[in-house]
Design a protein around this ligand. Sequence first.
Ligand code: FEO
Length: 405
Amino acid sequence: MKAVEIKSGIYWVGVIDWGVRDFHGYITPNGTTYNNYLIMDEQVTLLDTVKYDFASITIDNIKSLIDPSKIVNVVMNHIETDHASSINKIMVLAPDATIYISERGKKGLDRHFDTSKWRFKIVKSGDTLNIGKYNLLFIETPMIHWPDSMMTYVKEAKLLISQDGFGQHLATAARFDDEFVECASTAELDDSVVDYYANILMPFGQLIKAKIAEIRKLGLEIDMIAPDHGIIWRKEPEKVIQKYLDMIDGKAALRTAIIYDTMWHGTEQMTLPIMQGIKDEGVDCKVIRLRATPMSVATKELWKSRACLIGTPTLNNGMYPSVAEFLVYLRGLKPKNRLVGAFGSYGWGGGAVKEVYEEFKKMGLEIVEPGMQVIYKPSAEDNEQCYEFGRGFARQAKEYHKKFE
Ligand code: FEO
C-alpha cells in the first residue's frame, strides 16, 4: 500500500488487516482496517497510529511522504490498542513531537508506555491548533468508544476525523464509500455499519446522539468523515450520521430474528413451525443457530430486526450454555426498542425459558409472555401450537412496530 491523499495535503497512511477474525472477542469475518492520517502542513501532523503488528507498514506509508523525524504533532484521538499501540515506535522516530491528547488519554497512555520523555499537550473540547494552512479543532467524545476518546475536525478541509465513530470492520481495496460501491454493494457496506454499531457502540447510543447534536450546534461544515476503521465517507457523509440517528431512535425492519441452540434437535424442530407462523403473518424471519454462528453476527441480526425469539433447551435446569453466553453478551450492549420472547424443549424439568425471561427483564426489553415449551421434541399437536405461537408473536411484533413508524 501507499499513502492515499483524501484531501489536499491530507493522507491516509493506515493499514489493512485482511486476516483478523477475532477482534477482542467480536468476530470480524471481513477483517478490518486501522486508519490513521498524516497532514503535510507547515507543522507535519500525524493523527493516530495503528495496531502494533502493523507499525512498520504505517511507518513505511509515512516515509513515502516524509522523513518521520519531521513530524511535529501527533494527535492521539483514542488510546485503545488498535490505534495507540505503535505510538512508541513513532516516538522513537519523532522524539521531539508533541502529543495532543485528552486528559484521560494521557493517563491511559502512561499505563501502557514509559512516557516520561514524551512531550504532551492535554486538550479538551473547543481547543484548537494551527498547523499552517489548516486549523484543528478537538472535540472530546467520551464513550465513543472509551472515556478518553475524541475526534478532530480539520476546519479548512471540512473534514471530521471521527476515530471509532462511523467506522466499520471491513477490509477492502476501497478507501472511500463511492469506490466501495463500484466494487461491491451498498447493502454490504450498510451491513458493516450496522454490525459495527451493534457490537461496539450500541450501549452508547444516547451519548452519540447528544454528541451529534453538539457538533451540529457548532455549525461545522462536514463534507468528509474519516473514521479509524473501514472506508471514508466522502460521497454522502450525512447519510451515515442519519443512519446512526435512526438506529439510536429504534429504527429496525419489521422482522423477527429467531436465535436458538439445540441439544438433540428438539428446540431446533420447534423453530420451523414458529418461523412458518411468523411468515404467514407477513413478517420476515431470520433463523440463526448459536455455536454455528458468531455471537456478533447474531447480535447484528437481532439489531436489524424489530423482534427476536430466543430458543433454548433446558440443561441442568437452566439455559443452554451458548444461549446464556449470548444473553450475557447482549445484556452488556444494552439493546432497546425490541420485542422479545422465548421457547424451548426440555426433558423432565424445564427452567431454561424462565431464565431467558429473567434476562430479558434485566435488559428492560418489551416482553411477550408466556413462552412456548415442549417436552423432548414437538409432536404434531406441539407443531400446531408452535405455529400459532409464531403467528401470535408476529402479530404483536407488527403492533409494536407501529410505535416506530
Ligand atoms: Fe478502534 Fe475503541 O478502538
